[in-house]
Design a protein around this ligand. Structure first.
Ligand code: DSN
Length: 427
């Protein structure tokens, strides 16, 4: 049997069975290789994670939890899920882990389901100010099923207004208080969140989707000891399997498990759970910690270079820097629109995010913010020197309205992407 026999559809390779999808994957590989990926939620999944996630485990049904499934013959799935659970608990020092959520949004849905009744109050970080929509935005399950209230950043320093958190918590007595973000670049005061939650009888849920990898590597304040539950994604700074997870205190374990399955989801994804187990194993290594340190150094370096260029670029680094893997840049001082600017950056080979900033003068879908993350490039091997050059390229592009008339900026991107090749093992 040769892998190119199209009349054996269960055995022939993708290129033979489906040349269109195969070509699109090749196209995406070429795009990733030739692009400086500064999308803060993206990373470079390790080969072992891809192998597990693309494995024959995809075939198996296993509704339920290890030792208690709706299907027979789940002994290997149990083994894999137990490994993932134990590794997650050990990595984060948590009492309990649920590794089944399909995404970070599913993890937030499950935690709200576990800790609230429909109509209860919840308090989260406003999406337009940096929170994730599933904490309290009107159009999500959080806003539709619960009485959702939002806190904000202060206008002057763009830091979370903890006095507003306290005031809103006292007024609305939420069952759940969220601490966590998607578009924010500073540490949160978890101790103060805990105090406020205790005062009003709320459960504190830390949505660490973005910074779970930093927490695992111990290069970020530890939220676990303050939180009743933490939700996360496994593919952002953890850099691995595509999906979510929940950590929680022992006394909440049964409620969280019941909320994930059967409350919110059907069958777990055994192939993804295997990839999560691999991710948690890798996240406990010195190599991972070194990558996280380099990620932080990369984000700080980018911020520093962009700060020094502010007069030229008329683009302001929000809060004057970063504590984490990402930074936010405000284009409003130069009167530029973020999507248009981002398209020009795309043209020279840089990908990032256009985002609405707190107090954005533009009305959506127009917006003034760019978000740059360092995780994907650090995974690719970038260090301080390369990040400084990335910052210089972005500064030169912004100073020139994003234009690259002589192609020199694209040339500099090409030098960096060639210097640090991606997925070398794919040939
Ligand atoms: N979409 C993710 C991000 O880019 O931050 C959050 O889920």
């Amino acid at each position: 049997m040769e892998p190119d026999e199209p009349d054996r559809p269960l055995e022939a390779i993708l290129q033979v069975i489906d040349p269109e999808v195969s070509a699109a994957i090749d196209g995406e590989l070429a795009r990733q290789r030739s692009t400086l990926d500064l999308v803060a939620s993206e990373s470079v999944p390790p080969r072992a994670v891809l192998e597990a996630q693309g494995s024959i485990l995809t075939a198996k049904y296993a509704d339920g939890y290890p030792g208690n499934r709706e299907y027979d013959t789940c002994e290997w799935i149990d083994e894999i899920e137990r490994l993932a659970i134990e590794r997650a608990k050990a990595l984060f020092g948590a009492d309990h882990a649920n590794v089944q959520p399909y995404s970070g949004a599913s993890a937030n849905a499950a935690v709200l389901h576990a800790l609230c009744e429909p109509g209860d109050a919840v308090l989260g970080f406003d999406f337009a100010h940096g929170g994730h929509p599933t904490q309290c935005a009107a159009e999500t399950f959080a806003g539709r099923n619960y009485r959702a209230f939002a806190y904000h950043v202060r206008r002057d320093d763009r830091l979370v207004d903890m006095d507003e958190v306290e005031t809103l918590a006292r007024r609305h007595r939420p069952k759940v208080l969220f601490a966590g973000w998607s578009c924010y670049s500073r540490h949160l005061d978890f101790a103060r969140f805990r105090e406020i939650a205790d005062e009003v009888g709320a459960k504190l849920v830390v949505d660490m989707a973005h910074f779970a990898g930093l927490v695992a590597a111990k290069v970020h304040p530890d939220p676990i000891r303050f939180a009743d539950a933490c939700t996360m994604t496994v593919h952002k700074t953890l850099g691995g399997a595509r999906g979510g997870a929940v950590l929680c205190r022992r006394e909440l374990a049964e409620r969280v498990d019941a909320a994930v399955y059967p409350g919110e989801q059907g069958c777990p994804l055994p192939h993804v759970i295997a990839a999560k187990a691999v991710t948690f194993k890798l996240a406990g290594t010195d190599a991972f910690r070194e990558r996280m340190e380099r990620t932080l150094e990369g984000a700080r370096t980018l911020a520093q270079v962009l700060l020094e260029a502010e007069d030229r670029t008329r683009a302001h680094v929000v809060t004057g820097g970063t504590d984490v893997h990402q930074l936010l840049v405000d284009l409003a001082p130069g009167g530029r629109e973020a999507w248009a600017t981002l398209r020009r950056l795309n043209n020279i080979g840089i990908s990032a995010n256009a985002i609405a900033l707190a107090y954005d003068p533009l009305v959506e879908p127009a917006c003034s913010g760019l978000r740059f993350g360092a995780m994907a490039l650090a995974s690719r091997g970038f260090g301080r020197e390369q990040f400084a050059e990335v910052g210089a390229i972005i500064s030169d592009a912004l100073a020139n309205g994003g234009e690259d008339p002589d192609g020199s900026l694209a040339g500099r991107v090409g030098e960096l992407t060639s210097e640090m090749p991606l997925y070398r093992y794919l040939g």
